[in-house]
Ligand binder design. Sequence first.
Ligand code: G6P
Length: 610
Amino acid sequence: MCGIIGYIGREQAAPVMLDGLKRLEYRGYDSSGMAVVGDDGINLCKAEGKIKKLVEKTNGGKNLVGVCGIGHTRWATHGAPSDVNSHPHLSCDGRFAIVHNGIIENHAELRAKLTEQGYTFKSETDSEVVAHLLQKLYDGDMKKALVELMKELKGSYAIGIVFSGTPDRLYAVRKDNPLVIGLGTGENYIASDVAAALAKTHEFVLLGDCEIAEATADGVKYYNANGHQIKKKPYTVDWDIARAEKGGYPHFMLKEIYDQPKALTDTVRPRVVGTEIDLDGITFSRAYLDSLSGIDIVGCGSAYHAGIVGKHFIEKHCRIRVNCTLASEYIYSNPITDEKRLTIIISQSGETADTLAALRLAKKLGSRTMAIVNVVHSAIAREADDVLYTHAGPEIAVATTKGYTTQVAALYLVGLKLACIRGTIEKERYEALLSGLSELHNKAAEQLKDHYVNNIKTYAEAFSKQHCVFFIGRGADYAASLEGALKLKEISYVHAEAYAAGELKHGTISLIEEGTLTLALVTQKELFAKTESNVRAVSSRNGTVLAVASRENSKIKSCVDGLVFIPECDDDLSPVLTAIVLQIFAYYIALQRGCDIDQPRNLAKSVTVE
Ligand code: G6P
C-alpha cells in the first residue's frame, strides 16, 4: 500500500528511484512523485496515473538533478488520486520534502493547529502535516526534530525525508509500517520493501518501530526514539533479482503462475526428511496438542482462502476443531482465545495491517502464534512465536498465485505433522499424503505444459463475455472455489461468487438462467454423487457448466458443457491443482477483456491500512 524509495549516493538519484518505483508499483499505482535535492534547493515532480507518466514528465529522471532524493507511488486513502495529493509533500518554506506510507490518525487535529499557526496546506492528504511539522520543529538539529516529530504523530507511518539544508543526507522514521535500509557501496537506499533496491543490493537493515535512520552515501546511522545512537545488524536477502522480474512473460501474474512448480518444491522439499516432517525446528508436544480446545486460522483475501483449505485438511486428519476467520473480523470480534488455542496467521507479505493486528491480539490474549509468511523479516514473521516461511520468492502481481498455493502446501505440512504427533492418522495414509505432497510440484508442471494451458485458454476466450460466474464445489472443492472466484473478480472485474454446491439451491440458484456460467469443481470422489446432482440442477435450468474434475470423476462429462481434468493426485491435495486451473482461466479472461492484469483497479498488493 504505497511504495517508498529514497537514494543517496554518487549517481543521479531520479533515474535510480524511477527504477525502484517501477518495482514497487504493485504497492499502489494511482499517482507517483519524486523530490531531489539540487543546488537550488528541492526540485519536485508529481504525476497522476502510472509511473510511466512520471518517467515522461521527468524525461526518465534527467530533469531532476541531484544525488539525494525520495520517491513514492501512491494508493489513495485520504484525498483522491491527483497531482496535488501525490507525494512528496513540501513544507511551506520548500526546505523539507516527505513521502509517507500509513495513516496519520491525528492529522485533522494537527492540521487545524498548524493552519492556525499560519501554515498553508495544498493537499487533502493526512501526510502533508508531516512536512509542515518538520518545518515547525526544526531548530538546526534534524535528529531532535525527528524525535519530536514522532512524539506528535499518532497512527502508522514509514516516512522518508530530504532537507535542502543537508543535501548529502536522507532521513527515515517509521512506526507500524515497513521500511528497510538498503546498504550499497558508496550509496544507500530507503525502501518500503526489499524489491525496490534488490537490483542494487542484497544487504538490508530493518528499521524498527520509532527508530530513525540518517543515511549518507558512505554510511547509515540509527537512533532510537530518544535520539540515542543504536547499532543495527544487516541481513542478507538471497532472492534473485531475476525472480522479481518478468523474465520474458507479458505479465508478472503469468510468470508467477509458471513459477509454481519451483515455489512448491522450495516450500515442501526442505521440510521433508525421509518420512518425517521438520517444520524448521518448530516443535509441538503431544500433551500441548491434546490440551488445545482448537486452532484459529486468521488471514485476509487469498491467505484466508488458503486457511479454509487448511481447516478442512487439519480437521480431517488431526481431529482438532479449526476456526478460520478473516483478520478484519477477528480483531473486533472479542475473540475467545487463550493458551489453549493455537493461532495460525497467514500472510504472503507479512505486513497486512488487519492480519498483524490479529496476531498481536491473539498473543496478548495468551494464544501461541505461528505465522505462515512469504516475506522474510516482515512484521508478522518477526512478531509471531514461530514462523514457517513459504519459499515462493518475490510476488509482484497484485493477484496472488504462487503465494496462495505455497500457503496451502505449508498448511498441508503443518496438518500432517500435527496428525502424526497426535497419532490421528494411519501410517500408510500419512505416507501416501506426504508422498503426494512431495510430488505436487511435478503435477503443477504438467499443468503448465502448452497443451494444458491452451485448453483452459480456449474456454476462457469462449466465456470472456460473461457478466457473472458461479463457482461451486463441496468440501475441499468448496474451499478451492472461494479462491477461484476471487481470482476472477480481482483481475477481470467479472462478478464471481463461490458457493458450497449444496447451498446453491437455498436461494442463489434463482440467478441461474440460460447461459449463466458455473464452474463446478468435482475432484472429491466421496462427494461425487452429491456434487453431480447439484451440477445437474444448474444444467437443467439451461445454465452452462464448465467442470474442473479429477479423472476418477470423469462421469461428470455427461452433464457439463466443458471439462478440464486436473492431473491425478490425492483428493485431499487437489485444491493446489484446481487453483492453478482457475488462475489460468482468470488470467486469460482478463487478457481477453483488456484488463490491467498485474495492477487491477482500486487494489494494492500490500494492504497496510485497516
Ligand atoms: C491483498 C492482495 C491479496 C492478498 C491479501 C492478503 O488484498 O491483493 O492477493 O491475498 O492482500 O495479503 P497478505 O500479504 O496478508 O497475504
